[in-house]
Structure formats: C-alpha cells, structure tokens
Ligand binder design. Structure first.
Ligand code: BES
Ligand code: MN
Ligand code: ZN
Length: 491
C-alpha cells in the first residue's frame, strides 16, 4: 500500500525530459506563457495559435492537450489571485486524473513559480499522486486503475522543491490509505478488522500498536463508549498507535472518531441519511494513515500517539435507549437523549484516556455534526479549540497540509445548552450551533491540555465526482496532522 515504486525527480529544464512524459503546464486566465519559453517552443505555431484563439482553457481543472514534439497537457488554474498551494495541488490532481485515465504513466510538471519552492514540490507531487486514486476497492471487473511510473518536477528553484516533494509523496500515500479505509464497506471494515489493519500498518512502519478490547474498556470504566457499542453485534476496539520518544517534552495526541457504521441507533437515521455512514470512521482513518506518514517522515523531538475509538452504532436489542444515563471514564454522567449523537459519546472516553496518558497537545478529528456541514458546506472543516491560540496553530497546519479549516468559537452558552435535570450533561444541545455545542460537550472530557477539535463531517467524504477526485473518502485531516507534527518537531 505504501511503497509504490514511483520514480520522483527534479530537473531544471524541459530539455532533459523523456519523450514519453506528458508535460503538465498549469494555465492561468490571460496566460501568455511568457515565463516558460521552452513550453512555447515545444508547442510551436500550433500552440501559439491555440492560445491566441483561446482554445487553451484557463477555466479551473479543464485540460487541453496539444501534441507537439512531446505531449503537452495544459490544465486550467483559474485566476492568479485565487491560486494558492491547495489550488495548485487540485490543479495537478485534475491533470493527473485526466492524463493517467488516458494511459499516460509518466508526468512532468512545470513550475511556474506561483507558490514557494517547497509548496510547489509538495502540491505537485501530492496532487499528481492523489489524482490517480481509484475508489473501486471492491470492484472485480471494469476496474480502471491509473498507473503512475514517474513524476518529474521541472523547476529551477532548488532543494526546497525536493523536500516539498518528499512531504507531498508521503502525505499522498498516507491519504490514499485513509481513502481506502473510508471506501471499504462496513461489512468488511468492522471495528475488529479496522484494528487488524492498523496493527498491520504499524508493523510495516515500525509503530507501536495496542488494541484495547471491550474487557479492557470495562476495566477502564469507559461507560460512554461502551454505551454506543451496546447495540451492535460487533465488539468495539480502541486502537492506539505510538511514534517517537515517550519522554519527549511535547506529547501530541491525535484522536479519531471511528464509527465503522452509524445507523443512528434507536434514534434511527433515514435510509438516505445512512448512505454515506460507512464513512463515519473518517476521523479514525486519517489518524491511522497520518501515523504511518509520521513514521516515514520521522520528525524529531516529540512523541505522537494516535487513538481511534472504533465501534458501530446499531439499534440491537441491547442498544442504549433515549433516556439512558451513561457514566464516562471521568465519572461524569451523561443523559442520552438522542442515540444518533454517538460520536461525542465515543470521543468523551477516548479524549479522557488520551489526556490521562499524559498528552500535552490534543487534536481530534471527527465526522461529528450535520451542523458543521450547514455552517461551512463541503468546503472546509470546523476547528473549535481551547485555547483559541492552539486552534490557530491547527488552522495554520491545515493550510500547510493543503486542507481548509475555519476556527469557530467555544462560548460558555454552548455548554449550558446541555445542562440536564437528571445527569451532569445531556448529549444534545438543540439545533442552534450544533457543531459548537457538540464541541462544548467534548470540552468536558479533556483536562487543561491544549485541545482542538476538527469537525470533518462536510469534508471527509466527497458526495460526487469532480475533476480532481472521485466520489468517496477524501483523507481530509491527514495533511493537517502531518503538518502539525512537523511544526511541533525540533530540528
Ligand atoms: N455522523 C453523524 C454526523 C454526520 C452527518 C457526518 C452528515 C457526516 C455527514 C453524527 O453522528 C450525527 O448523527 N450527528 C447528528 C447529531 C444530532 C442527532 C444531535 C447531527 O449532527 O445531525
Ligand atoms: Mn450519529
Ligand atoms: Zn456519527
């Protein structure tokens, strides 16, 4: 899964590129290609005419192929003002998806110096690899795997391009692990098989891995997580992956919601509402995948521990009922009024466990609320943090990791919306600001560590195909975690 045999090289001029490679050129609005005379020369008069007649399209993600002495693929990159590293990665993904879908296996990507050298290396490689992702994890026929043999980056910008490319490659390969995990069907990816896959990935990448079973959870008094698991025939698992020096001053805990299927429980979802709920383990998937990336990048001077609370939420005969009161590991009692607000019940115990294990910095990833989708759509993940300064670090790391986030507030009123008459807290806070009341719920279960919550409900699963990615798991969160570990590392 991780070692693809892909060749990566950086060359300073197009002259050195082999004739089989398709040369990919991001093409902006009002572009005249003045900065890339070699491209203009390759395309000759035919290209000059096509540009003049506006046949080369600048519309984002449109691909125009021109066959000169080498195949050229111009990919629309929109306006210069909107072009950042994330956009460039998507542009390169669209180009890669287009050309590898037509049998090309060798890509050369031209640096037009629209972003920094590091960002170019990272975005081009991450995009190009990501663009070949095939979601057909259980197809037995008509599968169109895209082959990618080599990526050559054409840049005069030097060694930062190579470092960016290294990060981009490792991140992209981890992202496709996460995408596979999300795309696997819920009868295949159960809490137990999820844990087995995590163990296998840990063994391949020299990570330590512990899997806690329901007996261990009972000893730890994780009544909140176990309450969610009670309605399912599949037993829950708590997956723990460890990287780095446990004695390091900075101990980062990365926590993921791992609902391998969310039916809603007795507060049953509609059939339509369940259609993408195999993806309710998207947070857990990015935690496992990012741990693999971190092991391969080997940042120094910190420990990183990944925790995934893996369970189903099902309406079996032993299921928790609306009205039940659960007791979390912290001793806090929770009145369950809606069994479909299960993610926060799982995270309550996993966050408390991570805090108890001595984390200094915590960040969690969860497909937690429809409210996050209402607020930010499928465009960005919501970050809610205490203190907000730590949230700002997560937002900055997300941008470095080619992901979009937006920080939202944690006002005290959000917690009061969950005051219960019979228990310490109830698990729903009403329709208003539901992404934020959910975050306020989680805040009760962490101590005074730095803590940030990233609600990826809108971003973990793409509802439809787009030029730069197919429908299905996106791996959103992998980039943020990798960048966060790199920021917290000491040189
Ligand atoms: N897994 C869902 C949230 C979700 C919704 C993720 C859409 C991805 C796409 C979560 O467990 C849930 O059901 N949340 C409910 C809570 C409500 C019942 C209080 C929600 O936000 O609607
Ligand atoms: Mn739910
Ligand atoms: Zn859920």
């Amino acid at each position: 899964m991780t070692d693809s045999g892909l060749q990566l090289a950086v060359k300073s001029a197009i002259a050195g590129i082999d004739r089989e490679s398709v040369i990919i050129v991001p093409f902006l609005e009002d572009d005249n290609l003045a900065d890339v005379p070699e491209v203009a020369a390759l395309g000759g008069q035919q290209l000059a005419d096509a540009v003049a007649r506006r046949e080369v399209r600048a519309q984002s993600y449109d691909v125009t192929m021109v066959h000169g002495s080498s195949p050229l693929a111009f990919v629309g990159a929109g306006s210069r003002a909107d072009l950042d590293a994330l956009k460039l990665a998507r542009v390169c993904a669209a180009a890669s998806r287009y050309v590898t879908g037509r049998g090309f296996t060798r890509l050369a990507i031209v640096d037009r110096r629209l972003v920094s050298a590091f960002e170019f290396g990272q975005a081009a490689v991450e995009g190009a690899i990501g663009g070949t992702y095939d979601p057909g994890v259980r197809k037995t026929r008509d599968r169109t795997p895209r082959r990618l043999e080599s990526i050559t980056l054409v840049s005069g910008q030097g060694s930062s391009v190579e470092e960016g490319a290294r990060v981009g490659r490792i991140t992209a390969e981890a992202r496709s692990i996460a995408r596979d995990l999300v795309n696997l069907p819920p009868n295949d990816l159960t809490p137990r098989s999820f844990a087995e896959r995590a163990q296998a990935l840990a063994a391949e990448n020299a990570l330590a891995c512990d899997v806690l079973d329901e007996q261990r959870m009972t000893e730890l008094k994780m009544g909140s997580l176990l309450g969610v698991a009670a309605g399912s025939a599949e037993p829950p698992r708590l997956i723990v992956l460890r990287y780095g020096d446990a004695a390091a001053r900075i101990k980062l805990a990365v926590v993921g919601k791992g609902l391998t299927f969310d039916s809603g429980g007795l507060s049953l979802k509609t059939a339509e509402g369940m259609e993408t709920m195999k993806g309710d383990m998207g947070g857990g998937a990015v935690v496992v995948a990012a741990m693999v990336a971190i092991a391969r990048l080997a940042p120094a001077g910190l420990s990183v521990t990944g925790y995934v609370g893996a369970t189903e939420n099902m309406p079996g005969g032993a299921a928790m009922r609306p009205g039940d009161v659960l007791t979390a590991m912290t001793g806090e009692t929770i009145e369950v009024l809606n069994t479909d607000a299960e993610g926060r019940l799982v995270l309550a115990d996993v966050l408390a466990y991570a805090a108890q294990q001595g984390a200094t910095h915590i960040v969690d990833f969860a497909t937690l609320t429809g409210g996050a989708v209402v607020a930010l759509g499928h465009t960005a993940s919501a970050v809610i943090a205490r203190p907000a300064a730590w949230g700002e670090q997560v937002v900055e790391a997300a941008a470095e990791g080619l992901e979009r986030t937006w920080q939202m507030p944690l006002f005290e009123e959000y917690r009061r919306a969950m005051d219960s008459e019979v228990a310490d807290i109830k698990n729903v806070g009403g329709r208003a600001a539901s992404a934020l009341t959910a975050a306020a719920f989680l805040a009760d279960f962490v101590g005074d560590q730095l803590w940030a919550h990233v609600d990826i409900a809108g971003t973990a699963f793409a509802d439809k195909d787009s030029p730069f990615r197919p429908r299905g798991g996106t791996g959103e969160g992998v980039g943020t975690i990798v960048a966060l570990a790199r920021r917290l590392a000491s040189a």
